[in-house]
Design a binder for this molecule. Structure first.
Ligand SMILES: Cc1cc2nc3c(=O)[nH]c(=O)nc-3n(C[C@H](O)[C@H](O)[C@H](O)COP(=O)(O)OP(=O)(O)OC[C@H]3O[C@@H](n4cnc5c(N)ncnc54)[C@H](O)[C@@H]3O)c2cc1C
Length: 425
């Protein structure tokens, strides 16, 4: 591969996910010439995948409750949301011809629950605003002169950009493009990074082979999860999850995944307790199970008296062994607090999103990397590659869009301040 002489661009946005597209939009709206580079043959692949679940764009919950979903990073993310919040996300979608609605859980979706029409309209509008797309361009880092290096269908090319927004995603679903390879490129230049870790992920449980074979895919709903946080305080949350061949996943588990993952990191494993009979008190269960059983098996007794059968009954067997003890108090207590020992989070590649990434202290308020000996000014970061995490519910896309907006606007302002005369009118 030969290296062509550098071409010139004003702002290079690298990564065609929601964060990069929004950065391009913000900069183009400020009159900046934008070149967007994407390693895949098309942009927005993960965004399209999110569309398979209905594309939960944002959440109707008011601020500041909304901001609290970002946990320890709440203060950081608040700064981006001040410029582009859930209401702005909905307005933006409307501007692209897509009306949204608030579902019963407060989650906000496009009316047709699809991502493709929104993405198509967005890319069309970006092209119309002058953004130039360069797909199949994989960014490889910088050359010795500070030019951006790409592997492209035309071989290796170098691009000298006046400013750059990196919006390279996290490390989940790497087959869609966000493979986390940037960690080495930025880490090697002294940028402070928190290692990428799975977020909104499933967990492994040592099921018996019999249970795994028979019940993988079985939903558990509704159940109440009970767990303790790092300070030892108890919490409970009702929701739904799914048994998998290796453990457990689903929205309830995703919502707790950051705490569970961190507890495993601290203690090696952690135990989640599930209430398999949320509609019945412990006393009621004990009373019902203590009633005369006659010649019925315990499993049949559980089904008739407490509505426990199928996967819930099998979980009881996993916890208490075969045959089940006849002691109604023990059965009832286990049903109300079934212990699930979580061994490890599922791998990052399978997770919905990533925790970790470029640390807050590596960036200024406009998301520009603080210049270093081997890293000049004018390099911005946005989206999931930043060190924040949030549960599902539309909080992920909202923060990606908001940070992209922040980085794109800040890059545009920085470029204008440096070379006001050189910008297009
Ligand atoms: C199954 C699934 C469902 C989801 N559903 C939802 C949902 O309903 N609601 C929600 O809020 N969130 C959802 N998410 C999360 C959401 O999709 C992501 O948080 C979001 O896409 C991240 O945006 P991003 O722009 O930061 O990164 P990405 O969307 O990952 O985009 C990064 C882009 O950078 C490109 N890239 C990476 N490295 C290079 C390189 N070296 N050179 C050139 N290009 C490169 C990649 O190819 C990719 O196109 C879902 C995620 C998954 C996996």
């Amino acid at each position: 591969m030969s290296t062509a002489s550098p071409t010139h661009a004003t702002l290079a946005v690298i990564g065609g996910g929601p964060a990069g597209l929004m950065a391009a939009e913000a900069a183009a709206a400020a009159g900046i010439l934008v070149d967007l580079y994407e390693q895949k043959a098309s942009v927005g692949r993960k965004f399209l995948l999110a569309g398979k679940g209905g594309l939960n764009l944002t959440h109707g919950e008011p601020r500041p409750d909304f901001d609290r979903r970002y946990g320890a990073s709440g203060e950081w993310v608040t700064g981006w949301l001040d410029g582009f919040d859930a209401g702005a996300v909905r307005e933006w979608a409307r501007g692209l011809g897509v009306e949204t609605f608030v579902g019963s859980s407060g989650r906000v979706f496009p009316g047709d629950l699809k991502a493709a029409p929104l993405l198509r309209a967005w890319v069309r509008r970006l092209r119309e605003s002058g953004v130039r797309f360069h797909v199949q361009h994989r960014w490889l880092g910088w050359d010795d002169d500070g030019a951006l290096r790409f592997d492209s269908p035309h071989g290796a090319i170098a691009v000298r950009a006046a400013a750059t927004v990196l919006a390279l995603g996290g490390g989940s679903w790497p087959q869609l493009g966000s493979d986390g390879a940037w960690q080495e490129l930025l880490g090697g230049r002294g940028v402070a990074l928190a290692p990428l870790a799975p977020s909104n992920c499933g967990f492994d449980v040592a099921w018996s082979p019999h249970f795994a074979t028979r019940h993988a895919g079985a939903p558990l709903k509704p159940v109440i999860a009970h767990w303790r946080d790092a300070a030892g305080a108890g919490h409970a949350l009702q929701g739904e999850c799914v048994v998998t061949a290796t453990g457990i996943e689903g929205s309830l588990v995703y919502a707790l995944s950051a705490e569970l993952r961190d507890a495993i990191a601290r203690h090696g494993t952690t135990t989640l307790h599930l209430d398999l009979a949320p509609g019945r008190s412990l006393e009621r269960l004990q009373h019902e199970l203590a009633s005369a059983r006659g010649t019925r098996s315990i499993s049949e007794h559980l089904r008739r008296k407490a509505g426990i059968d199928g996967v819930k009954s099998a979980l009881l067997h996993e916890a208490l062994g075969h045959p089940l003890p006849a002691d109604p108090e023990r059965l009832a207590r286990t049903l109300k607090r079934l212990p699930l020992r979580l061994l490890r989070a599922r791998p990052l590649a399978e997770a919905i999103s990533s925790a970790g990434g470029v640390r807050v202290e590596a960036l200024d308020a406009g998301l520009m990397l603080k210049p270093k000996a081997h890293l000049g000014p004018g390099i911005y970061c946005a989206g999931e590659m930043l060190d924040w995490e949030a549960p599902t519910g539309g909080y992920l896309l909202t923060a990606c869009l908001a940070s992209g907006r922040r980085a794109g606007s800040a890059a545009a302002a920085w470029l204008k301040a440096r070379a006001p005369a050189a910008q297009p009118a």
